[in-house]
Design a protein around this ligand. Structure first.
Ligand code: ATP
Ligand code: MG
Length: 689
C-alpha cells in the first residue's frame, strides 16, 4: 500500500490530521467520527512515507485489546513494528530494559496479590474490612496514586474531590501509608509505581533519558480525555520537552474521572502547544442518522464547558431507537433476550450485538435470560455471575445449609435463602449499602441470587434449599458453556471505543442511571456522558429500556432515567409481552398421578408422583432418552444434566408426553429447553409407541 492509498481512505479533515506527521496535533472530535481510524492511518502514513521509522513510534491506547487491534490494523495497512501499548505495558517494558543499568539487578517484582497487601495494610491501621471494603480501599489508593497524591495529601484531596471512601479519610490515609511501607519492605511494586518509577528514571537519569529519546521520537495517545495526572507525567517524561505528540479525544466521553482521569489535558492542549495543528471532526461514520440524532440530543443537555460538537450522520437511515418500559427487571431481561434471538434469526451475528449496563452486577439477570433463550453471550470487563467470589461463597453456604436440612423454614425458600446469606455473609435484602463500588456490587450479586430463590419458590412452591442449589448448579454449568460468537455483555465503561450493529442500553432508571451515588453536579454530568458513550456504540439498532420494579409484583415506583426526559415521549412503547418460560406461568398444586396426594417437593412435582409410589416408566424409552442425552451433551460440550436432569428423564419416560403441551407440563422443561430439545424428545417418545 502506498502512503497515498492510506490517505485516500480518509475524509479531508481526517487527512489533514493524518498528513501532519510531525506533532503537535490534536484531534477533538465526537464519537464515531474516525479518531481511532485517523491515528492508525496517520501512523501508517508516517511510516510508509519515510517520515518516521516504525521503531521510533509509540502509540498508547486505553486497553490491551485496543492496542492489539491497532497493531492488527497497522499490519493490514502494510506496517509492522510500531509499538502500540497501554501506558502500563509500555512502562513495564521500559523499566525492565533500563533498571539493570540504572539501579542494578532486576526491577521490583510486580505485586501479585494487591488485595492481600491492602488487607494487611488495613490490619495495621486497626481495621478489619470485609472483601468488598478492601476492594473499595484499593480503589481509593489507586485514585490517589493516579492523581499523584501521597498519604499526606489524601485527606484534603479526597474531600475536595468528593470521594466517598469506605472509612474515615484519615484512616484511609493510614492504610495508604502502611500499604506503601509493606510494598517497600517486600521489594514489590504495583502498576502505578511502575509508571512513577519509569517517569522518575527518565526525569533523573540523563543518559537513560538521552538513549530513550534517541529511540522514540513520535507519540500518539488515543482516548486522551481520560488520561490521569500520573499517565501525563510519564508522557511528559517520554517527551522530555519535545513536542512530537498527537492526541485524540472527545471531552464528552470523559467517563473515568472517578479513577483520577481528567479531560483538562485535552482541552488545554492548545494552550500548552499554541502551534499545534487542531482538527475537529463532525462526520459520524458509525451510526445511522436516527442514532446520531439521539446522541446529539443527549449531549446537548450536558453542562460541560467543552465546545459543543454536533455530529453529522453519514450512513443511510435506519430504524428509530426504541424506548421500552417494563414492569420488572426479569421481564426486561427476557424481552431483551427475545429481541436478540429475533435479530439472530433475521441474520445479525450474536457478536454484532451488545447489552450494556451501568454496573457489572446487572449482568446476572441478562446472563440468566440469554441462557434461558439459548442465546450465546460473552462478558467483557467483568466476571460471569457464577464466577464471582461472593456468589461462589453464597452457593457454598446454601449447599451446606441444604445438607444440614436447614430448609424447613416455614416462611418458604426465599426466606430460607435470605437467612443463610444473612447469617453467613451479613446480607440483608432490604438494606442495600450506601457506598458505591465493590460493596454495592457484592450486595447486588447476592440480591440476584436471592431473586432466583424467590422465582423458584414461586414457580415450585415445594422447592427447598436443595432444589435451589440444584437449580443454581444447573444454571452455572449452562452458563459456562464456552462461546466464541456471543452477544457482548458489558458495562458502559468497558464499551468505550467499541461498536456493534445492535445495542441494548438496559436498566435505565433513576438511581442506576445516574447512579444513586452521583451526588454532585459533576458526578451527574459524568453519568450523562456515560449514556452518550452507550448511545454512540450502536451502528443501527438501538433499544433503551427500564423496569418500574426490581422484582415481579413490586410496587412499580421507579422512574425512567432523568436523562431520557423529553427524549422518548414520541417513541415510547409499552412493555412488550414477554415470552416467559412455561413453568413460570404455570404454578399451582400438583397431585400424584398414582395416589392423588399433593406434591410439594420440586423433584416430586417433576415426576408427577410421590417417590414412594411405584414408577410406571417405560424402561426402553428411558434408556433411549439417556443415550440421546449423552450424545447431545457431548455435542454441546456440557454436562449431561444441563440437557435434562435424571428426574426430568424419568418424568418423560413415565408420562410419555404426546405433544408440546404435555411436554411443557413437566416441571423443569421451560421455553429454552422446549426450543432446543422439544422436537427431538417428542420424536423419541412417539418412536417408542
Ligand atoms: P469513539 O469516539 O467511539 O472512539 P472514533 O472517533 O474513534 O469513535 P472510529 O472507531 O475510528 O471512531 O470510527 C468509527 C467507525 O467509522 C469505524 O467503523 C470506522 O471504520 C468508520 N470510519 C471512520 N472514518 C471513516 C471514513 N473516512 N470512511 C469510512 N468509514 C470511516
Ligand atoms: Mg476511538
Amino acid at each position: 500500500m502506498t502512503p497515498e492509498d492510506v490517505l485516500a481512505a480518509l475524509d479531508p479533515e481526517q487527512r489533514q490530521a493524518a498528513s501532519a506527521v510531525r506533532g503537535p496535533v490534536c484531534i477533538l472530535a465526537g464519537a464515531g467520527t474516525g479518531k481511532t481510524r485517523t491515528i492508525t492511518h496517520r501512523a501508517a502514513y508516517a511510516v510508509l512515507s519515510g517520515a518516521v521509522p516504525p521503531s521510533a513510534l509509540l502509540a498508547v491506547t486505553f486497553t490491551a485489546r485496543a492496542a492489539g487491534e491497532m497493531r492488527t490494523r497497522l499490519r493490514q495497512l502494510g506496517v509492522g513494528g510500531v509499538q502500540a501499548r497501554t501506558f502500563h505495558a509500555a512502562a513495564l517494558r521500559q523499566l525492565q530494559y533500563f533498571w539493570p543499568r540504572v539501579v542494578g539487578g532486576a526491577p521490583p517484582r510486580l505485586v501479585d496479590n494487591k488485595f492481600g497487601l491492602v488487607a494487611n495494610a488495613a490490619a495495621r491501621a486497626r481495621l478489619r474490612p470485609g472483601t468488598s471494603e478492601i476492594r473499595d480501599l484499593l480503589s481509593e489508593l489507586e485514585w490517589a496514586a493516579s492523581s499523584l497524591y501521597g498519604p499526606e495529601d489524601y485527606v484534603v484531596a479526597a474531600q475536595k474531590a468528593g470521594r466517598q471512601p469506605p472509612f474515615d479519610a484519615a484512616v484511609v490515609a493510614q492504610v495508604y501509608d502502611a500499604y506503601r511501607d509493606l510494598k517497600q519492605a517486600q521489594g514489590v511494586a504495583d502498576f502505578d509505581d511502575l509508571l512513577l518509577l519509569t517517569a522518575g528514571v527518565l526525569e533523573e537519569q540523563g543518559d537513560v533519558a538521552r538513549e530513550f529519546r534517541d529511540r522514540y521520537r513520535s507519540f500518539v495517545v488515543d482516548e486522551y480525555q481520560d488520561v490521569t495526572p500520573l499517565q501525563q507525567r510519564l508522557l511528559d517524561a517520554w517527551l522530555g520537552g519535545r513536542d512530537d505528540l498527537c492526541v485524540v479525544g472527545d471531552a464528552h466521553q470523559t467517563i473515568y474521572s472517578f479513577t483520577g482521569a481528567t479531560p483538562s489535558y485535552l482541552l488545554e492542549f492548545r494552550q500548552r502547544y499554541p502551534e499545534a495543528v487542531e482538527v475537529r471532526l463532525v462526520r459520524d461514520y458509525r451510526s445511522t442518522p436516527q442514532v446520531v440524532g439521539l446522541a446529539n440530543d443527549v449531549i446537548t443537555r450536558s453542562t460541560m464547558k467543552a465546545a459543543r460538537l454536533e455530529l453529522v450522520a453519514q450512513r443511510p437511515a435506519g430504524p428509530a431507537p426504541s424506548f421500552v418500559e417494563h414492569a420488572d427487571e426479569p421481564a426486561e431481561a427476557a424481552a431483551v433476550a427475545a429481541r436478540c434471538k429475533a435479530l439472530i434469526a433475521a441474520g445479525t451475528a450474536p457478536s454484532e450485538m451488545a447489552v450494556l449496563y451501568r454496573v457489572n452486577a446487572q449482568s446476572a439477570g441478562y446472563e440468566a435470560a440469554l441462557t434461558d433463550a439459548g442465546v450465546p453471550y460473552v462478558i467483557r470487563g467483568g466476571e460471569r455471575f457464577f464466577d464471582r467470589q461472593e456468589v461462589r461463597e453464597a452457593i457454598l453456604l446454601l449447599r451446606g445449609a441444604a445438607r444440614a436440612g436447614d430448609d424447613d423454614a416455614p416462611a418458604g425458600l426465599a426466606d430460607a435463602a435470605a437467612e443463610v446469606m444473612r447469617a453467613g455473609m451479613k446480607w440483608s435484602p432490604d438494606a442495600p449499602p450506601a457506598g458505591a463500588g465493590a460493596t454495592r456490587d457484592r450486595w447486588e450479586s447476592l440480591a440476584a441470587l436471592h431473586r432466583l430463590a424467590v422465582d423458584l419458590g414461586r414457580d415450585e412452591p415445594g422447592a427447598g434449599l436443595r432444589e435451589l442449589v440444584a437449580e443454581l448448579e444447573e444454571r452455572s454449568a449452562a452458563q459456562h458453556a464456552p462461546t466464541v460468537d456471543g452477544v457482548t455483555l458489558a458495562s458502559l465503561h468497558a464499551a468505550k471505543g467499541l461498536e456493534w450493529d445492535a445495542v441494548f442500553l438496559v436498566g435505565l432508571v433513576d438511581g442506576t442511571m445516574p447512579l444513586v451515588h452521583a451526588d454532585t453536579p459533576d458526578q451527574v454530568e459524568e453519568e450523562r456522558r456515560l449514556l452518550y458513550v452507550g448511545v454512540t456504540r450502536a451502528r443501527e439498532h438501538l433499544q433503551l429500556s427500564w423496569a418500574l420494579s426490581r422484582s415481579p409484583g413490586g410496587r412499580g415506583t421507579r422512574r425512567p432515567s432523568r436523562f431520557l426526559d423529553g427524549l422518548h415521549a414520541a417513541t415510547r412503547t409499552a412493555a412488550a409481552a414477554t415470552p416467559r418460560a412455561a413453568k413460570r406461568t404455570r404454578p399451582g398444586p400438583v397431585a400424584c398421578r398414582i395416589c392423588g396426594a399433593s406434591l410439594l417437593a420440586a423433584v416430586e412435582r417433576k415426576l408427577g408422583r410421590c417417590p414412594t409410589c411405584p414408577s410406571d416408566r417405560d424402561e426402553v424409552l428411558f434408556e433411549a432418552l439417556r443415550e440421546w442425552r449423552a450424545g447431545r451433551a457431548k455435542e454441546l460440550g456440557q454436562p449431561a444434566y444441563c440437557v435434562f436432569t435424571d428426574a426430568t428423564l424419568v418424568a418423560i419416560a413415565e408420562q410419555k408426553p404426546g405433544d408440546v403441551a404435555a411436554l411443557v407440563a413437566i416441571p423443569g422443561i421451560g421455553q429454552a429447553k422446549l426450543d432446543k430439545f422439544g422436537d427431538e424428545v417428542l420424536a423419541l417418545v412417539s418412536a417408542g409407541d
